[in-house]
Design a protein. Sequence first.
Length: 81
Amino acid sequence: MLMSKDAKSAIELFNQSLRFAPNFAPAYSYRAMARYILGDQRGAMDDFQKAANFFLEQGDMEDYQRTLNYIKDCENRQLTL
């Protein structure tokens, strides 16, 4: 499981990744998880929503559904990473 320091570093890496590939859905999804760990619920929800939209646009229905489940769990504050 990511620790706070690791989550901060992960966010920086995902930010860099997204500068080069702004439609890379997994980066949004993983950044959302890191934000959630740090207590940034709003940021996590925004990133999960972006990830879901990109997964849907790219036809990746499995990851789209998984991300919708993360959103639901996050809304219920029961997200298990």
